[in-house]
Ligand binder design. Structure first.
Ligand SMILES: *Cc1c(COP(=O)(O)O)cnc(C)c1O
Length: 463
């Protein structure tokens, strides 16, 4: 597995020790609340339910595969982040984890702000009524057209990622007679992984402007001189699926150092610091993420302490959780198509989706769990690999999973914690149709993103 720098995507720390799989769980029918959405359980017949609806009914009504999203859980997690940081900080949901108009409305109602990183995400956010001043626009290569749209819409901040972009955004803003609020994204030389972080002298990656060598200080100098820009703060995002705040500690120390240098050189104290996202979730029972209030307390203390040491007023903090809001709230519901036992090796279980609806296993060696959900079983555990229907041997959904030995075609199985970076990274590989997202709440289910159809495919293919 490559260990090269790959910070902003969900790749970080998704790397498992080689040959890793856990022993069979004590109870194959158990649905560990750590990895399943809040309202998931089993009914009297042993069928899994979510939001009061059983998965057999969901499969009948909406088909498989389908992403089933627990709306109450989504709202509760969004609210937990919001209340954990209180009024002294802003929570920006990272839209790239999963964005739809229903999600935008929930975020708006729960008091969260929104990160977007493309014209498409911006359009989705605005079309669902997210106030522009609560939107932050990210990305390392925003087009001039995207910048123009963002400035015209009045987004609350644009996060500047390069020297060219500083000039580009300033130019657009000025020509529109605006002064755009911006942050500068810096790379602090911290690479965070699940259980560790690596502090390096400089970062070999495409995002941000390095603190090292005075580049970030130079970017600040230029931004402060440009009339079209109002520099409100410094942004740092150190990785994804992070369980430990020590990486944030080093990042905050270095960002506050820059804020201090800015004050000393320019006599201005920038009012905001954004520590990015990347907060981890439990993909399997072995993961132990921290609660939002613990993260909020730790990050606030770190920034306050660093600022006191630098004799700076504590800036307003913002954070950008994506996966930690939506990841645990959904599962992917599949129907088993074939069960192929390879003697002495393992059993391959083929489902009706695969790498087109969950690319993370193939892309990052991500770890997932899986359970039989259309019934319970007392059969012995068998070691399986859950694979998709694509023409690709790397088309693996769950690399190593224990399922009951009586598993058979027609059974429904579900993979939990697929709310983030699954539908948003879904593809049409093999012209397989992207599954719907079905939101379930209080006994009601509704499609929030419909299933793709073959008509959709043919409409794009203009012959
Ligand atoms: C990807 C990303 C996030 C969200 O990461 P999660 O792991 O989903 O929390 C936040 N901020 C920035 C700048 C990102 O690139």
């Amino acid at each position: 597995m490559s260990r090269s720098a790959h910070p902003a995507g969900p790749r970080h720390a998704d790397v498992l020790p080689e040959g890793h799989y856990s022993a069979p769980p004590a109870d194959l029918n158990a649905l560990d609340p750590k990895v399943w959405a809040q309202t998931v359980g089993r009914n009297g017949e042993g069928v899994a339910t979510v939001g009061g609806i059983d998965v057999k009914r969901l499969a009948e009504e909406f088909g498989t595969p389908a992403y089933i999203l627990d709306e109450a859980d989504f709202r509760a997690r969004a609210r937990a982040w919001r209340t954990a940081f209180g009024t002294e900080a802003d929570v920006f949901y990272a839209g790239k984890a999963f964005l739809s108009r229903a999600v935008v409305r929930w975020l708006h109602e729960e008091g969260l702000n929104l990160d977007v990183c493309s014209g498409g995400e911006l359009t989705t956010a605005l079309s669902a009524g997210m106030p522009a001043d609560r939107i932050a626009f990210h990305g390392n290569n925003k087009s001039t057209e995207e910048i123009e749209r963002a400035v015209r819409a009045g987004v609350g901040r644009i996060v500047l990622d390069s020297f060219q972009e500083i000039v580009r955004v300033a130019h657009v803003a000025q020509s529109l007679g605006r002064r755009q609020r911006v942050q500068i994204r810096v790379t602090v030389g911290v690479e965070a992984h699940t259980h560790e972080f690596i502090a390096t002298a400089h970062e070999d990656q495409k995002f941000g402007i390095p603190l090292a060598g005075g580049q970030a200080a130079e970017a600040v100098r230029r931004a402060l001189q440009l009339e079209g820009l109002e520099l409100i703060g410094i942004h740092s995002h150190i990785g994804s699926q992070i369980f430990d705040v020590s990486g944030f500690e080093v990042a905050a120390h270095r960002v506050v150092g820059l804020l201090r240098d800015i004050r000393d050189e320019h006599g201005v104290e920038l009012p905001e610091i954004d520590l990015g996202g990347g907060l981890g979730i439990a993909y399997t029972s072995g993961d132990d993420p921290r609660e939002p209030h613990e993260i909020a307390k730790a990050l606030t203390e770190i920034v306050t302490r660093e600022c006191e040491a630098a004799r700076l007023r504590t800036p307003r903090i913002s954070v950008e959780p994506g996966r930690a809001v939506v990841g645990p709230t959904a599962f992917t519901l599949y129907e088993v198509g074939t069960v192929k036992a390879l003697d002495g090796l393992r059993t391959y279980v083929s489902v009706d989706g695969g790498m087109s609806d969950n690319i993370r296993t193939a892309l990052y060696d991500a770890e997932y769990s899986v359970a039989l959900v259309s019934r319970t079983s007392d059969a012995e555990p068998m070691l399986t690999r859950v694979v998709g229907k694509h023409c690709e041997s790397g088309d693996i959904v769950v690399r190593d999973a224990f399922l009951p030995a009586d598993l058979a075609p027609g059974d429904l199985i579900a993979v939990p914690a697929t709310g983030a970076y699954c539908r948003s990274m879904a593809s049409n590989y093999n012209h397989v149709l992207r599954p719907p997202v079905v939101a379930v709440r209080d006994g009601e289910a509704r499609v929030i993103v419909r299933r793709e159809t073959e008509e959709d495919l043919l409409r794009l293919d203009v012959g």
